[in-house]
Design a protein around this ligand. Structure first.
Ligand SMILES: Nc1ncnc2c1ncn2[C@@H]1O[C@H](COP(=O)(O)OP(=O)(O)OP(=O)(O)O)[C@@H](O)[C@H]1O
Length: 607
């Protein structure tokens, strides 16, 4: 029980109170009331014993007999009240707990969504911190249970204080000795467990890794590959191994060594020996009556409860519960990246003239990907970007979408730095399909309508975009049409082929374009289509989007020739730009790439 525990406890209590002030006050009252019932019950039992002695000699009809009956009724009422309070306290505790869980989820989400970029989401230290601020699943109970446990512990503490007051009537030092012994034995028996909670926070990485293994085994798109490679058993073994590694730390901490066990026994023996001997001698001397003896023996139990049994368990839960809130608060304070900057410069209607990248440098973790890149994209034209794997094509698109900001250089849209524009309005000008576009496990309608959420219910627009993307037949073939969930894991759901998915994603982008997006960005949009479908679709696409600025990334150079201009990206820079014919005539990098692909398709290598 360190000072830091008390600070964390304060944070937890603060969180509880702010989440539900009235319910918390009611729960605290119930907990204290419930706790006070315990010493009251002890005193009432003493009364029963005292009156029973007198009633035994004077009979039940006597005043003493009536007094005994009254004392028995009192015991019954106190006992019933004790029993009735517990479920009410647990119910209120659980309701505050679930409100806290909800609050925490919302605050976690708000903190991680606040930055407008995505760089922070790729930071492993943040992923660990999110896990710590959430419920660490393994062996730590959900926050929902903690409030009830806290209330129970407050009850036990009240009961222990009441018991101490009762016992102090025997001799002032007895409660002090027993409280000290309860605290010491708790530390001897559970000290390592507390240390372990602190250490467990270091192991969230193991837990994340095990979650991933589980997902690899169970998530259908991944499971198909892992089964084929015969990885199922291996993954199960690795998951089990990681879990055991994680739990072994717990077990080691929980194993009660000989030293702590001996210290515990010795502490109890000495403390209880001293108090009980004093009590026995006082009873034999006639200073303590049998009824007082009954009360004192129970009071000893009431104090000791704090260190053992349910008191220890409650405290343990509370301790674990206190570990998550500081992480949440730290995460909220942590600089995860700039929040959406306030700007009154709307990007609506941009780009009208051009997008210009000037000396753009950008890298991940200090490793440069784009290195002094210059590129101009006239508004209303189509540009194809080609380059080897890893050349930085997708990275360039992400910079345009402001998912990252350039480390150096700038991106100008109509002569103004992109950073000056309001980021939300700029993103509304974009319609992007990334290579790894999202296959929403939702209805076909949602999958298309998400391109323009503010008019998602416009069925006509959804249909038109789908028709234009060549996805009408895909939707028509679905068992429940637009309402079909595009994932087999849901009842009535179906999965689509890679090409069908791509058409649906294209429909989503067109939906955004028809809703007013001015810059269409397609990262390998036709990689899953057959050659004929690709040619048809791309011709149609450029025709439909004529006048809209279009950036297309592709490895298929047969597609590229339809674009107004082509930019070749290599080693972080644009090395060549021009039309297909100009670049072939220049006989540079593009010409070499084109010949290589043409040879492959022709099947006859040229010299
Ligand atoms: N989120 C990321 N974190 C760290 N490195 C990254 C990240 N995304 C990409 N990279 C690295 O940046 C480089 C450029 O990646 P990028 O995806 O932009 O290339 P690309 O030209 O689109 O490649 P491809 O043709 O294979 O799709 C690669 O070396 C890649 O490993």
């Amino acid at each position: 029980m360190s000072g830091s525990f008390l600070v964390k406890l304060g944070l937890l209590v603060g969180f509880v109170v702010r989440t539900a002030p009235l319910r918390s006050a009611f729960l605290a009252t119930l907990a204290i009331l419930g706790g006070a019932l315990t010493p009251a019950l002890m005193a009432a039992t003493g009364l029963v014993v005292a009156r029973a002695e007198r009633a035994a000699t004077s009979g039940m009809d006597s005043a003493a007999g009536q007094g005994l009956l009254a004392a028995l009724v009192l015991v019954g009422v106190l006992f019933a009240a004790d029993q009735a309070l517990a479920p009410v306290r647990d119910t209120i505790g659980a309701s505050i707990g679930s409100a806290m869980g909800q609050q925490r989820r919302e605050r976690l989400l708000a903190a991680t969504l606040r930055p407008y970029g995505i760089g922070h989401l790729e930071d492993p230290t943040l992923a660990d911190e999110i896990r710590r601020a959430g419920d660490i699943e393994w062996d730590i109970g959900p926050l929902t249970l903690i409030v009830g446990e806290l209330a129970k512990f407050v009850g036990l503490l009240t009961a222990a204080i009441g018991s101490a007051i009762l016992l102090a009537q025997l001799v002032w030092w007895a409660p002090i000795v027993l409280l000290a012994s309860a605290a010491l034995t708790h530390v001897f028996m559970h000290g390592d467990e507390y240390k372990q909670v602190r250490e467990k926070e270091e192991y969230v990485g193991i837990e994340r890794r095990a979650d991933y293994f589980r997902q690899l085994s169970l998530d259908p798109p991944m499971a198909k590959e892992t089964r084929l490679f015969g990885l199922a058993g291996f993954l199960a073994d690795r998951t089990r191994g990681l879990r055991l590694e994680f739990l072994s730390h717990l077990w080691r901490a929980r194993r009660l060594g000989r030293g702590p066990a001996l210290r515990t026994v010795a502490t109890i023996a000495i403390a209880h020996g001293v108090v009980l001997t004093y009590l026995a001698m006082s009873t034999l001397d006639g200073q303590v009556s049998p009824s007082q003896l009954t009360v004192y023996v129970q009071a000893i139990g009431g104090i000791v409860m704090l260190g053992f049994g349910s008191g220890a368990t409650d405290l343990w839960w509370v301790y674990q519960g206190t570990s998550t809130i500081p992480h949440l608060l730290r995460l909220e304070r942590r600089d995860l990246g700039p929040a959406v900057p306030r700007s009154t410069t709307t990007a609506t209607g941009a780009p009208r003239n051009e997008i210009r990248l000037e000396g753009v440098r950008f890298g991940y973790n200090g490793r440069p990907v784009l290195d002094g890149l210059d590129l101009t994209i006239p508004a209303g034209s189509s540009l194809a970007i080609v380059g080897d794997n890893g050349a930085g094509k997708t990275t360039l698109l992400k910079l345009l979408a402001r998912l990252y900001e350039p480390d150096e250089g700038r991106i100008l849209v109509d002569g103004k730095d992109l950073r000056e524009y309001d980021v939300t309005s700029w993103r509304r000008q974009l319609a992007v399909i990334f290579q790894d576009f999202v296959k929403y496990e939702l209805s076909a309608r949602d999958n298309v309508a998400f391109g323009r959420l503010d008019s998602a219910t416009d069925e006509n627009a959804n249909r038109q975009a789908t028709e234009r993307a060549g996805a009408r037949e895909v939707v028509e073939s679905l068992p429940a049409g637009w309402d079909t969930t595009l994932a087999r894991q849901y009842s009535g759901g179906v999965d689509l082929s890679g090409g069908q998915w791509q058409r649906i994603a294209l429909a989503r982008t067109l939906r955004a374009a028809e809703g007013g997006a001015r810059l269409l960005v397609l990262d390998e949009p036709t990689a899953n289509l057959d050659v004929r479908a690709e040619a048809e679709l791309f011709d149609r696409f450029l025709e439909l989007t004529a006048g809209t600025t279009t950036i297309l990334v592709t490895h298929r150079l047969s597609t590229v020739r339809h674009a107004d201009r082509i930019a070749v990206l290599d080693r972080g820079r644009v090395r060549e730009t021009g039309t297909h014919d100009e670049l072939l005539a220049a006989d540079g990098l593009y010409a070499r790439m084109f010949r290589l692909q043409a040879d492959r398709f022709a099947g006859e290598p040229r010299p």
